[in-house]
Design a protein. Structure first.
Length: 330
């Protein structure tokens, strides 16, 4: 194999792993599942089983690798309507609060297999005639994005709708306090409650505020976390697979010779594999293949009989995948 051909293969393979890493940042295999990525503030991305992309309240993040089919805006504050950042398909449909609430009537929209219904959202900072929330239905899932709102009487209308996921703002200044949002969740009775818009300032997420939201159906999503969306998990194992999140740290040291440590965090118990691959995509070794408990884990790779080079380590837990690069120098 000549030198130029070797270099070509390496660059092609690096391109493959770059693509895989971009996909892994989603933390889910989006091509085979409905998914939701919480980006920051009230900004989320939904990707349906058929690949339709819905952005809700885009703001201040570089999360637009997927061009939008639909953009939903709950109100026209600058931290909810940053369309300048959104790549859109030619057929993209934008629904703003002014489209969703016409002459006092909340509108419904059907776009392919997706149904979108505007619902009331308001408080002292958000006039009723300028703001909406949305109920989005697809693949048997009903997702309620509350927008910026207080606990309002109209939330009782959602109780009978069998909401699957409720996204509730909890910053305590411009929206509900976590305690009030917990009471709102009890009224709505969604299967899963996710606190969003946790900070009234520039910080994308406030852990302390989020912790005060105590719905028994709470799911905690930090910025850049993704979950697989399911309507009716049928077993504990299925819940684990669909709702766990994981983080993967850079190995240390990197570069290394001959031993390095790889740390990662599981939010729920799950079956985990951690494998090392070479530049040609060949599996070098399996470091982990077992059930692990929730929490922080550190595993060592001892590369005594492995030649110097660039390698990749891939962590899989259920349908969640992350990949990073490491360098062995002897």
């Amino acid at each position: 194999m000549n030198y130029i051909y070797k270099i070509t293969i390496i660059f092609l393979f690096l391109g493959f792993f770059s693509f895989s890493s971009a996909t892994a940042k989603e933390n889910v295999m989006e091509t085979s599942s409905d998914s939701l990525k919480y980006i920051r503030d009230s900004f989320v991305k939904i990707k349906t089983l058929e690949g339709k992309v819905i952005y809700i309240d885009p703001y201040a993040a570089n999360e637009f690798a997927d061009s939008a089919d639909i953009v939903l805006i709950t109100h026209e504050h600058y931290d909810h309507n940053d369309l300048t950042r959104v790549k859109r398909k030619v057929t993209c449909q934008i629904i703003r609060s002014a489209n969703a609430l016409l002459d006092g009537v909340y509108q419904s929209f059907t776009i392919g297999n997706i149904k979108i219904t505007a619902v009331p959202a308001y408080n002292g900072y958000h006039p009723r005639n300028q703001c909406v929330g949305y109920v989005i239905e697809f693949d048997g899932i009903k997702l309620y994005h509350a927008g910026d709102t207080g606990k309002i009487a109209e939330m009782a209308d959602l109780t009978s709708q069998n909401i699957t996921y409720a996204l509730l703002p909890v910053d305590g200044v411009y929206t509900m306090t976590p305690e009030v949002a917990t009471a709102a969740a009890a009224v709505i009775q969604a299967k899963h409650d996710i606190p969003i818009h946790t900070s009234p300032g520039s910080a994308p997420y406030d852990e302390t505020t989020a912790a005060r939201f105590t719905s028994p159906n709470k799911m905690s999503l930090r910025p850049d976390s993704t979950i697989v969306l399911e309507n009716s998990p049928t077993s504990v194992e299925n819940i684990y697979e669909c709702h766990q999140m994981l983080s993967l740290d850079q190995n240390y040291p990197n570069s290394f010779n001959p031993t390095t440590s790889i740390s990662f965090t599981l939010q729920l118990k799950s079956f985990v594999t951690l494998k090392i691959y070479d530049l040609l995509g060949r599996e070098v070794v399996t470091v982990v293949s077992e059930y692990l408990s929730a929490g922080n884990h550190t595993k060592q790779w001892k590369a005594f009989n492995i030649p110097s080079g660039i390698y990749f380590y891939k962590l899989e837990a259920g349908s969640f995948i992350k990949t990073k690069k490491l360098i062995l120098i002897k």
